[in-house]
Design a protein around this ligand. Sequence first.
Ligand SMILES: Nc1nc2c(c(=O)[nH]1)N[C@H]1C(S)=C(S)[C@@H](COP(=O)(O)OP(=O)(O)OC[C@H]3O[C@@H](n4cnc5c(=O)[nH]c(N)nc54)[C@H](O)[C@@H]3O)O[C@H]1N2
Ligand SMILES: Nc1nc2c(c(=O)[nH]1)N[C@H]1C(S)=C(S)[C@@H](COP(=O)(O)OP(=O)(O)OC[C@H]3O[C@@H](n4cnc5c(=O)[nH]c(N)nc54)[C@H](O)[C@@H]3O)O[C@H]1N2
Ligand code: SF4
Ligand SMILES: [Mo]
Length: 752
Amino acid sequence: MSDDTTTHIRTCPLCEATCGLELSLGPDREVKVIRGDRDDVFSHGFVCPKGTTLHRLHTDPDRLRAPLVRRPSGDGRDELVEATWAEAFEAVSAGLGRVIDTYGRNAVAIYLGNPSAHGHAITIFGRPLIKALGSRNVFSASTVDQMPKHVSSGYMFGSGLAIPVPDLDRTDHLLMLGANPYESNGSLCTAPDFPGRLEAIRARGGKVVVVDPRRTKTAEMADEHVPIRPGTDALLLVAMANVLFAEGLVDPGDAGPHVSGVDDVRAAVAPFTPEAVAAVTGIGADEVRRLARELAAAPRAAVYGRIGTTTVEFGTVASWAVDVLNTLTGNLDRPGGAMWPSPAHLKARSAPGGRGYSTGRWRSRVGDHPEVQGELPVAALADQVNTPGEEQVRALLTVAGNPVLSTPHSARLDETLDRLEFMVCVDGYLNETTRHADVILPPPTQLERSHYDLAFYGLSVRNIANWSPPLYDAPGPSEPEILARLALIASGLGADADPQVIYDLTIDTLLGDATGKPDSPLAGRETSELRDLLVADDPADAALEVMLRSGQHGDRFGLVPDGLTLTKLMEHPHGVDLGPLVPQLPNLLSTASGTVELAPPTIIADLPRLEASIAREQPELLLVGRRHLRSNNSWMHNIEVLVKGKERCTLQVHPDDAARHGLSDGTEAEVCSRVGAVVASVEVTDSVAPGVVSLPHGWGHGVDGTRMEVAARHPGVNSNVLTDPEVIDPLSGNAALNAIPVTVTPAGPTAP
Ligand SMILES: Nc1nc2c(c(=O)[nH]1)N[C@H]1C(S)=C(S)[C@@H](COP(=O)(O)OP(=O)(O)OC[C@H]3O[C@@H](n4cnc5c(=O)[nH]c(N)nc54)[C@H](O)[C@@H]3O)O[C@H]1N2
Ligand SMILES: Nc1nc2c(c(=O)[nH]1)N[C@H]1C(S)=C(S)[C@@H](COP(=O)(O)OP(=O)(O)OC[C@H]3O[C@@H](n4cnc5c(=O)[nH]c(N)nc54)[C@H](O)[C@@H]3O)O[C@H]1N2
Ligand code: SF4
Ligand SMILES: [Mo]
């Protein structure tokens, strides 16, 4: 970058859409304005209001610019005060060291939050940190989000990361459940300008069907909106499978030879007739039949389920049923159906088959929850701290997470964090969670780091690679350095150990993977030779470079002259388009049988529980969440331009329910669940179905001890005070954040 550069191109790291941004810089290289990058190979200029405020995170006066360490304040209490990086790492070394020495490694828990996935630094260097901690108590945002999809994909395809995505740009029929991409811009399906891609389906004569208890913007735009009773998508989906069998509509198409278990699915879904599920889902039997027939009849169709299908009690069954429908209708692995990306950082598999998928390599000390994808359910984190006994959790490390706002029964977690003997947070804000910390380590900002979407190019509707350089130098340690130092401290090597040790170990492991296996395209090459060929300075970039060059589109360190390199990405700031998704069967499959295992015994064994749910007594009101285009989970409410205007943290209530409960627009209501209560202002709207109320998550900023001046002026209420930590999807450990039984009564000055 030369001094006279007036624009800077980078990928937006804020959501899964990976939009290209064009930053216009003033004379001091300060960001004047951010627009969508029209030349971006994937987003073609699309941008949302969050992307255009990226620089405001960098300039936010409340953002922490130095570590904070808890010190006695003189009046018998203590407070978080600024410290040098050396002091902060010393404090971590002392605090974590004491807990590990006294109670053992399982006494330290870690929570990795959502932004961990939005870049390559934490994705790469979180791993050695977890390894160095050596604790069973690993938690992440995955168990308040998409864990069911990992589990269903794991059992069906052999790997928890083998998640098929709807091929939006070529499909004729999209059945979308529990997703609102007009606000969220999509998830487990990376597609910048998701709305535009949906409109294109309709423009080419296709059909979009949205299943959602709320008439969202996405539902309004669709050809058809099917309001569903919250929490019942699994029933709808298995009933649709039932119809396909009953009406002879099953035809797995080209995937057929690679699919096993079809007859077992037929038997398993037999009890779920459209009539059996109609009352509980609120969707008539004829409608269920029509939805199934239309799906089967479409030349190319895809079923796509998101938050409303995963953050529920039957999340794994629903996620499985989505891909059962894709498979039974011949849409798995075909253009316009549900396909797998071939991301540049991964090697192609040369044959089907593998060890298969399992969970439960260890179990939680309290609650006996099985490990899933190396993690335990975050809904059970507080229990691990609060329940006395050997290996009780005494220390917590959070990286890019705000679990006090994001995870179930937050009021209890909030209290629980005060009970810890030590807590360290890698985070740029003093917020609802980090206010409990003993040490806060602020990472560089989004503009002070390079960026590559390691996670999301594996979930993308086209194969894309796009790397962004830092705009500014970081004044403090990089995020890889922070994580490497924490790993060294956890290993007992102390606060002064050289992070290069961790960088070398990481790169050597990757090079070993690339050269070590006999079928590897780089088999037999010397790792030292390859290491010398790397151009990246930053350790995360160097690790990425190894993955890209040894990956399926890579230059194989010179063997493939046009192959992808980091240098090539540096020369292409608008990204490199590696083409549309291509069929991956059968080699992608790493199940033990080498087939798509359509009827995994573990999932089939959960169907009686689903069947039993049909007869349950139905609560009168069920709470669901909602996202807004200008929010980003819990952490961007400190940006004035994003929060100004009409209050957004409202309780949406259908007019019939409002009348029944004596509520009117603008009044306050107390919402109670089994575990908690909040008071929120009421918004009466027929966009929610009768029997459904909706409150967004990520609010609740009105607590003491934070430093987020703007957010404190727009506090809202924390919807996770209401969510029940006991209700989880047993197969994945995912929390149920939707379909929470609640009661609603008038509150405040207007209450009778
Ligand atoms: N009721 C309800 N609850 C929900 C949901 C819901 O739909 N309903 N959604 C769930 C979902 S899908 C998710 S993903 C979770 C998200 O919940 P969390 O995992 O808690 O993530 P965020 O709320 O995004 O908070 C991110 C934190 O990371 C910090 N941060 C931002 N960027 C960086 C960075 O680059 N490095 C570091 N070290 N820190 C950074 C921010 O300051 C903030 O403290 O919430 C879940 N909670
Ligand atoms: N603007 C913005 N964008 C975001 C985020 C954000 O906070 N703000 N968060 C990001 C994250 S971490 C994620 S995971 C993604 C999530 O992306 P999406 O999955 O698109 O998330 P939501 O917008 O919450 O949409 C979920 C929808 O499910 C509906 N729903 C609730 N319960 C049920 C149910 O039982 N069945 C059905 N069928 N529907 C139900 C809700 O009404 C809602 O419309 O968004 C990402 N993008
Ligand atoms: S849609 Fe997502 S990636 Fe695109 S600009 Fe908005 S926040 Fe950034
Ligand atoms: Mo998420």
